[in-house]
Write a protein that binds this ligand. Structure first.
Ligand code: SAH
Length: 347
């Protein structure tokens, strides 16, 4: 006999769940109860839904599955950072990272298995894109890190950054659905202001986000404000040019009035000259901006090298002189390959 593939119950909306119970001769309210188990209480099995009758639980078991993620391996860095290797229902693996500071716990979550884009300096790009994550697979990563934060740091998760594997704006609908659940009182009830979506810069999607007046924050991985240079390290820039990116960001700012953060690595011989700094100043002065200078995490045999301290100082001084906020970020979790650009499923 052929077995029918059961549907993932978390692909249903609350309304669809309510309708399902009505069609089974039960009350719509049962849908609410199950929905609460699935999201707010993050149940891994129907069995765990203790206020639902055994018959109903068995009926659900016969119709659906709960494709909850499994943490295959958890690694802890000497600086407190935790990296989870997360196994999905089809056996693919993504990674997510918990980054603790004195006052905060930040979850760095993945949005795709592999990545759609081809940045030359990023380990994830070498995996190529295998598939998009579903909303529940993104949500689960956050729940796991929230639990780890409570367990190891005695406090709930405070911030989320979409800076793990993948390009979130190439999986926009699912990322948005996950954020809706994360921010909903029926999910985790977190404030959207504590969530940052980081993109390599997909102008069409930035405009769409602006039109939808999303409430989370936007970060753009810029790395160079000169087209030729950016294209050489981020080849998709040939299609999504800086002029187009800048126009979309201007549109975003006009609509949302939300400050834009730029992520930027300074590499020796690539973008470490005064002309590079000047181009950056020129690129971001149309709106209040912040530049995060991120430390380079080597992923290969030395094609890319972090620039000298004096080159980084030049960036800091020039940006500050032009009224642009700048921070220099130290990497976290390097010893367990958990830092920016190092997520590549090696253990
Ligand atoms: N695709 C999204 C989010 C994932 S990358 C984006 O591009 O924004 C998260 C950040 O790490 C990006 O700013 C990326 O440019 C940066 N990054 C990638 N590889 C890196 C490396 N080897 N060292 C330091 N930062 C890196």
């Amino acid at each position: 006999m052929e077995t029918v593939k059961k549907k993932d119950i978390r692909a249903l909306t609350k309304e669809q769940l309510r309708d399902f119970f009505v069609s089974e001769g039960d009350k719509a309210f049962r849908g609410n109860q199950v929905y609460e188990w699935l999201w707010q209480k993050s149940a891994h099995s129907f069995e765990a839904m203790t206020n639902i009758s055994k018959e109903t639980r068995q009926m659900m078991e016969a119709n659906f599955v709960i494709n909850h993620i499994k943490v295959d391996q958890m690694q802890r860095s000497s600086d407190g950072t935790i990296k989870n290797a997360v196994r999905l229902h089809d056996d693919l693996v993504v990674e997510s990272v918990l980054i603790p500071t004195k006052t905060r716990t930040t979850a760095c979550v993945s949005s795709q298995v592999g990545c759609s884009l081809d940045c030359k300096f990023c380990a994830t790009a070498r995996l190529k894109r295998m598939r998009n994550l579903n909303p529940d697979e993104i949500y689960d990563q956050v729940v796991v890190i929230d639990n780890e934060s409570r367990l190891y740091f005695d406090r709930p998760l405070s911030n989320i950054v979409f800076m793990g594997m993948g390009e979130p704006l190439m999986n926009y609908n699912n990322v948005l659905k996950a954020i809706e659940k994360i921010t909903s009182p029926e999910g985790l009830g977190m404030s959207p202001k504590r969530i940052t979506v980081s993109t390599s810069g997909v102008p069409k999607m930035i405009r769409k986000m602006a039109d939808e007046e999303v409430k989370f924050k936007l970060a753009v991985s810029l790395h160079s404000a000169i087209d030729d240079i950016r294209t050489s390290i981020m080849p998709f820039n040939a299609t999504f040019t800086l002029a187009d990116l800048r126009e979309s960001l201007q549109y975003w700012y006009n609509k949302t009035k939300s400050r834009i953060t730029y992520e930027y690595v300074v590499w020796e011989g690539i973008n470490d000259q005064q002309k590079d700094v000047d181009a950056l100043v020129d690129f971001c002065k149309f709106a209040p901006s912040k530049v995060n200078l991120i430390e380079y995490n080597p992923i290969d045999d030395g094609e890319f090298r972090q620039a000298s301290n004096s080159a980084i100082d030049r960036y800091v001084h020039t940006l500050e002189r032009n009224g642009i906020t700048v921070t220099v970020r130290r990497s976290r979790g390097k010893d367990i390959d958990a830092a920016c650009g190092q997520l590549a499923n090696k253990q």
